[in-house]
Ligand binder design. Structure first.
Ligand SMILES: Cc1ncc(COP(=O)(O)O)c(C=O)c1O
Length: 359
């Protein structure tokens, strides 16, 4: 059996609908941001139960737009080191310094004690990352800390399309949420991002910022702030809209496959799961002390493990080098992410488990 790192199938019906949509778009002679982008945003709001969704060109831009919409242009932003470096890049792009915090080893989420420890008068915001799509039970504590200190909470929900728990839906738990539609994500538009918020004024600022800083209420479309061009086109909007139609089915499939991992892996592994609600399970995160040997065994047996979350955290990156994050270092060494995507069959996941158990 050969199991690739990733596979993505589109049903014939999906392809047909995309072709019809492309015909519709091209017949109008306008491929810019139009009705399909609006449709994508509306469906994404239904998925995330958010009042506003604003499409943009990437998850990284979504984070930058979120920070800038909060009128933050200097100072410190507390964020976990255990994330993809794009989170820190977006913070830097806004003229701010990322203050890297340690994570919890059970669900890989930002540790609230770290947030408390790192808050200073320079702190402007806190970013949480829903690693693997999992909404941590500690989110309410972090939210409380932010409220007490009057700090905005930004969610990097790049992994968490449609995840919810008793605290709410990913992207609506803090003040503003940021999603990515990179090809490996739970839903994809090739490249793309989305900002979600229940705050209408913040959403309008994002709408302006992603459109050069134009005044969205003025027909003359004057520039009212220094924005950027992060608009997407209708071909991307169409793809996103069709992805919204199937994402919940695909999340169900991810959940069933994760259950197989959970029940088949032996006691050398602890699969990280979300308490309550529903997680989209972007990743199967299996904590193990034999990570390197498990990865070797997978490779020898034609299974390509997926990227970890994270074996190369932000504080290991040359431009953000820092020490003193023991839990993040522990996580980096002690987990594997076997393949998890809806195209996998039960037999394939059982096979992956048997190889992992054999180590
Ligand atoms: C946690 C996290 N944040 C941000 C991003 C950036 O998203 P994008 O690649 O769409 O810019 C990614 C992934 O790509 C991510 O995994």
């Amino acid at each position: 059996m050969k199991i690739p790192i990733f596979k993505l199938n589109y049903e014939d019906e999906f392809i047909k609908k995309y072709q019809d949509g492309v015909y519709d778009i091209l017949s109008t002679g306008f491929v810019g941001e139009g009705k399909y982008v609006r449709e994508f945003e509306q469906k994404f709001s239904e998925l995330t139960k958010s009042d506003n969704s604003v499409a943009c060109t990437s998850g990284t831009d979504a984070i930058e737009l979120a920070i800038r919409s909060l009128n933050i242009s200097h100072g410190e932003i507390i964020m976990p080191s255990n994330t993809f470096f794009a989170t820190a890049v977006a913070v830097k792009n806004c003229g701010c310094d990322p203050v890297l915090a340690d994570c919890c080893t059970d669900d890989l989420s930002l540790d609230p004690r770290e947030v408390r420890r790192l808050i200073t008068e320079k702190t402007k915001a806190v970013i949480v990352v829903h690693v693997g799509g999992i909404l941590s039970s500690r989110l309410s504590e972090i939210k409380k800390i932010c409220d007490t200190h009057n700090l905005p909470l930004i969610e990097d929900a790049a992994h968490a399309h449609g995840s919810y728990s008793d605290i709410g839906y990913a992207g609506t738990i803090g003040d503003i949420g940021c999603f990515s539609f990179f090809p490996t994500k739970v839903m994809t538009t090739g490249e793309g991002g989305m900002v979600t918020t229940n705050n209408d004024s913040l959403a309008n600022v994002v709408r302006s910022l992603k459109n050069f800083g134009r005044d969205i209420n003025d027909a003359s479309r004057c520039i009212i702030s220094q924005g950027m061009n992060s608009k997407i086109n209708d071909l991307t909007g169409l793809l996103g809209s069709l992805e919204c139609d199937r994402v919940l089915d695909r999340v169900q499939k991810r959940n069933s496959l994760l259950e197989i991992y959970k029940s088949n892996l032996n006691s050398n592994f602890k699969v990280v799961t979300q308490d309550g609600g529903q997680c989209c399970y972007y990743k199967c995160i299996a904590l193990t002390e034999n990570a390197e040997a498990v990865r070797d065994a997978m490779r020898k047996n034609n299974i390509t493990p997926t990227g970890e979350v994270y074996s190369n955290p932000v504080h290991h990156q040359n431009v953000f080098l820092q020490s003193g994050l023991p839990n993040t270092d522990w996580v980096a060494k002690n987990h594997v992410c076997p393949p998890l995507y809806p195209e996998l069959t039960t037999e394939e996941v059982e096979y992956i488990c048997s190889i992992m158990n054999g180590v």
